[in-house]
Design a protein around this ligand. Structure first.
Ligand code: NAD
Length: 381
């Protein structure tokens, strides 16, 4: 069978779902690989590099979608791409099944099988295909780099002939995948790093990375996330008040705040309020990684950088992985390659869409003309 990878059409998208290296691995599974001309350009992979890896370069998207049996891409397909779906084809891509009714209906009507990368169950066996995590890792790292780029001072403290420089103080709110990547980057740059999460079980991880976990003066135990399968749920009003009071206390001290707090299937909680932004020093930087879902920070403008009247920069970009196209493509292409490895048990270039497999079933959102989303809960954790 043939795997085809088109050029991403979303404005500003630099990622690509196939690299010359991942193509080599897919060929070992028995597949022929095709790529649309120019698809890897923005992430540093030329047509020549693909050709050198025995990938066939095709001139346009229409030819690619027609020739390929399996199409792998990054962003959810747009209307034109949905029009290329057909029975017998498999699409593997982010698809936003919960918020993409039109796409789901079109995929169903086309008879194509669609595997949505954001639906890969977060169980140990599937970590190698977990594109949400690989992209969140990049976002967390890049958030610190963007903050540094907009911060007029060093991260690390220094004693130089020209004077003593205090280390920057960084607060990371939310210590999931992106938050932990941000914490690791911040401590490795030498900043004094603090982190807060409603899930107390992450405190140890935070501390092992050289950061300080922020505890609340709260009578009850910090919210126990275990009850919701490792994810946060909505905080009680009392807990929220205690959290906001702690942030109010920290705001004048912090040079950089990186917020990553999310609750599954909800708008991002507002945690860094206007008065906290006002209490920060001029020159401070906030990066709101929750901007896509409404933002954790009052004053975030999605996809923009704003500077407040008191000189605080608030960054609401939502394209952090695309700002590191080469790295993001390499990791995403590896996630895709692992998904295809599981879909090709015979290593004979033939896809076996095993709906009895928890991971494949969990990620499949349309199958043989039916909508198969949401999936039943996985049997194995
Ligand atoms: P996420 O992006 O949904 O949320 C980010 C973080 O925000 C979470 O740590 C959450 O606890 C925190 N948060 C929510 N509300 C908050 C608030 N009011 N204040 C402060 N923090 C708040 O999370 P994620 O990065 O996708 O990871 C969530 C969980 O999934 C973690 O337990 C992680 O270990 C787990 N996970 C498992 C796998 C796997 O087993 N394959 C892969 C990835 C993640």
């Amino acid at each position: 069978m043939k795997i085809g990878v088109p050029r991403e059409v979303f404005p500003g998208e630099t990622r690509v779902a196939l690299t010359p290296e991942s193509a080599r691995q897919l060929q070992k599974l028995g597949y022929e690989c095709l790529i649309e001309s120019g698809a890897g350009q923005a992430s540093g992979f030329s047509d020549d590099a693909y050709e050198a890896a025995d990938v066939k370069v095709v001139p346009d998207a229409a030819t690619l979608w027609k020739e390929a049996d399996i199409i792998a891409k990054v962003r959810q397909p747009d209307a034109t791409e949905l029009g290329y779906l057909a029975k017998g084809k498999t699409l593997i891509s982010f698809f936003n099944p919960a918020g993409n009714e039109e796409g789901m209906e079109k995929a169903k009507a086309s008879g194509a099988n669609v595997i949505a990368m954001e639906m890969v169950p977060r169980i140990s066996r599937a970590q190698k295909m977990d594109a949400l995590s690989s992209m969140a890792n990049i976002a967390g790292y890049r958030a610190v780099i963007e903050a540094g780029n907009n911060f007029g001072r060093f991260f690390t403290g220094q004693i130089t002939a020209a004077g003593k420089v205090p280390p920057a103080k960084v607060l990371v709110v939310g210590a999931g995948v992106a938050g932990l990547a941000a914490i690791g980057t911040s401590t490795s740059l030498g900043a004094i790093t603090y982190a807060f999460d409603v899930r107390p079980e992450v405190a140890e991880q935070v501390e092992s990375m050289g950061a300080e976990f922020v505890y609340l003066d709260f009578e009850e135990e910090q919210q126990d996330g275990a009850a919701t399968g490792g994810y946060a749920s909505v905080s009680s009003p009392e807990f929220r008040e205690a959290q906001l009071a702690k942030f109010r206390e920290l705001a004048p001290e912090m040079d950089i705040v990186i917020t990553t707090a999310l609750i599954p299937n909800r708008e991002a909680p507002k945690l860094w309020l206007e008065d906290m932004v006002k209490a920060m020093k001029p020159g401070s930087v906030i990066v709101d990684l929750a901007a896509e879902r409404g933002g954790n920070v009052e004053g975030t403008v999605k996809d923009e950088k704003v500077v407040t009247d008191n000189g605080v920069t608030i960054i609401g970009y939502t394209d952090f992985p695309a700002r590191m196209g080469a790295q993001a493509s390499t990791l995403y292409a590896t996630n895709i390659r692992h998904m295809l490895t599981d879909l090709t048990p015979g290593k004979d270039g033939k896809i076996v869409h095993n709906m009895e497999d928890d991971v494949i079933r969990g990620a499949t959102v349309t199958y043989e003309g039916e909508i198969t989303f949401p999936p039943p809960p996985p049997k194995v954790q």
